[in-house]
Structure formats: C-alpha cells, structure tokens
Design a protein around this ligand. Structure first.
Ligand SMILES: [Fe+2]
Length: 358
C-alpha cells in the first residue's frame, strides 16, 4: 500500500503578501462561525506588525509565549483561553510566528472540535473531527511547520515529545512573506534555517526512502548550502530562498536520523530550543555524518555564528541519564541511519561522552 499524502491546499508566496490576509479572512468571515483568533509570537508584542493586522471587532489576539517549546499543558491553557472568549464556533485561526506558534495553532485548532486534552492526541491519526480552519504566516523559516502534518508537543509528565500526527493538523492556507523574517536575530535565523538542512540530509542518508521526498530534500539541502555559504545569509534573495527551502523541507519530512534524537535529548534534559539543539548535536556526530559535519562547520564560520561550548559539562549523573534516555528512545530514527544494531555504536558511555563534548 502506498501512502496517500496530504499537502497544504493553498499558499501565497512573495514579498508583501501578508497584505492579502485581509481578503482571505473576509472570505472566511462570511462562513458560519464568528471571529478570528490570532496566535502571535510574543516577540511581536507592541510592534508595528500587530497594528497592521486586519483585526476586527469580535476577533481576539492571543500572544503565545515561545520562550520554550510547546507543551501539552500549555496547549490546554491556550485552548481554554480561546473557548472562554468565543462561545460560537470560530471562523478562522491565524498563526503568526515561528515553529512553536504555528504548532500551537495547529494543536489548539484540533482541540476546538475534539474533546479532551492535548495529550489525548499525541500520536498518529487520533484526531477524529475536522478542526477550525487555520492560516499560517511564518515569521521564521526552517522548521517546516507551515506545511507539515504534525505539531511537536512536549508532555512534561510523561517525558514524551510527540506531535498530533494527522491530515487534520495540516494548515488550510499558508502566506509566505519573506519580508517578515528580516527582523529575526542572525543567530536564530541560522539555527532555525539549519533545521531544514538537518531534516533533509538525515532523510537522504537514511535507509527508509521515498523518491518524492528525496527530490524535495535534495533541493532543500542545495538551497541551504547556497544560503549559508554565501556572504550574507540574510540578504534579500536569501530571505526568499530560505522560506522556499523550509517549505520544501517541510514536505520532505520523513524519517530523520541521528541528529534529531540527540537534539531531543537536549530539549528534554536542558529545555533547549530545537534549532540550536540540532546544531549542538551535529557538532559531535563527525564520525556518523562526516561530510555534513564539515559543511556545517564551514557554514557556522562563514556566517560568524557562535555556538558556545561546554553546555553539558558538570551535569549530575541523573542529568546524563536523562540526556541518554531522551536520545536513545528514538529507535526508528537511529536505526534509519545506523541499522537495528545502533546500540553497538551508541552505547550509553559513547552517547554520554558525545554530550560531554558539546
Ligand atoms: Fe527538526
């Protein structure tokens, strides 16, 4: 059986395309339901961008705290906030932000039409009812959340990082306006952009393959190399390119490899954000990804991005256990690159030594 793949049905791409949000919402406002809920990255609080949005009476703006990765508990809090303000069905939800804000919008849109808590839907094909219509406006490029069928959520109690994998999680519309990424701090632009690079090379160097995914991933990797080996990763052309690479990379998300499990360990144990955690992970995988490791070091240097060392020094034995468990639990990904006997290379001692080198 071949998988039946769902993609984002509509997208708009181009500099200044955010201006078309008003028209898109107007079409939705005539449908049944009332009000639009905007999920906005708290980074934009008080900024001009928010004042320029087509917010009308009855709409609601909710600032999403993206300091940490989204948790299931936080999704329940956001869902309660939306419910309490809007008694009638919503006509639309809009996410304006990076991966965390887009993932929060996807999760809450599912929770608006499906009973229970966010953690009830962590897994595959668990969402039963069609969610609220939702539009993504990425302000950061690289996670691929704008077009993927999941939203990554940390369940703190269960120490589980797993999304709501479902066709219902896919956005109905995406607006890609590269202009919105211009104000991103340079380091963050790099770390998040690298997420596309890592997803795609991990897919391409794995053993589970799909030809369409390969084609998309190859293009996204080449674009990332162009961007991050150029003189200025944030010049006008590169802002556009990065948004496209993220979109292609999001569609190419398949099985990852060894970078993402190590990155997940850092997120679980040290609450480190995903993009930068990926970067640390690759710095200690030179034997597993020699070519990509060398390329990555060149990119870091070319863009003069700093990755301070020593992040896992002087941790307790218990912390190292959490790092190890947080990485080794991702068996599918690890065996995708290293085969089913991956523990022969990644013994507990080997894994902990790698973390200590970061
Ligand atoms: Fe990722």
């Amino acid at each position: 059986m071949y998988r039946n793949v769902k993609n984002v049905p509509y997208y708009i791409f181009g500099k200044g395309s955010l201006a078309q949000l008003d028209d898109l919402l107007r079409e939705r406002r005539h449908e049944e339901g009332e009000g639009v809920v905007f999920f906005i990255d708290h980074f934009f609080y008080g900024k001009d961008l928010v004042a320029s949005l087509p917010v009308e009476q009855g709409d609601r703006v909710i600032y999403v705290d993206a300091t940490h990765e989204p948790t299931t508990d936080y999704m329940d809090v956001l869902a309660a906030k939306v419910r309490e303000a809007n008694s009638s069905p919503l006509s639309c939800m809009v996410a304006l932000g990076g991966g965390s804000v887009m993932d929060a919008c996807k999760a809450v849109a599912n929770l608006m039409t499906n009973p229970g808590l966010a953690e009830d839907y962590q897994g595959w094909e668990l969402v039963k009812n069609p969610p609220v219509y939702k539009i993504a406006v990425p302000t950061l490029a690289g996670t691929g959340s704008e077009c993927s069928r999941t939203c990554v959520l940390s369940n703190v109690k269960k120490r589980l990082k797993l999304g709501m994998n479902s066709d219902y999680t896919v956005f109905d519309q995406v607006i890609m306006d590269p202009e919105l990424t211009r104000s991103v701090p340079r380091d963050q632009f790099f770390y998040t952009g690298m997420d596309t690079y890592m997803h795609c090379f991990e897919t391409l160097t794995g053993s589970y393959r799909n030809r369409i995914v390969d084609a998309l991933a190859e293009k996204a990797v080449a674009m990332c190399e162009d961007i991050f080996l150029s003189d200025d990763m944030m010049d006008e052309v590169n802002l556009e390119k990065m948004m496209i690479a993220s979109y292609l990379g999001g569609m190419a998300t398949g099985y990852v490899g060894v970078v993402h499990p190590f990155s997940a360990g850092l997120s679980v144990a040290l609450h480190m954000r995903h993009g930068i955690a990926n970067c640390y992970a690759l710095t200690v995988l030179e034997d597993i990804y020699p070519e990509q490791h060398a390329q990555f070091m060149r990119m870091l240097e070319r863009q003069q991005v700093h990755l301070p060392g020593g992040i896992c020094r002087r941790l307790s034995a218990e912390d190292y256990d959490i790092l190890y468990e947080g990485a080794i639990v991702h068996e599918n990904s690890l065996s995708n690159r290293l085969g089913p006997d991956f523990k022969q290379i990644l013994s507990k001692q080997n894994v902990i030594e790698r973390f200590k080198r970061m």
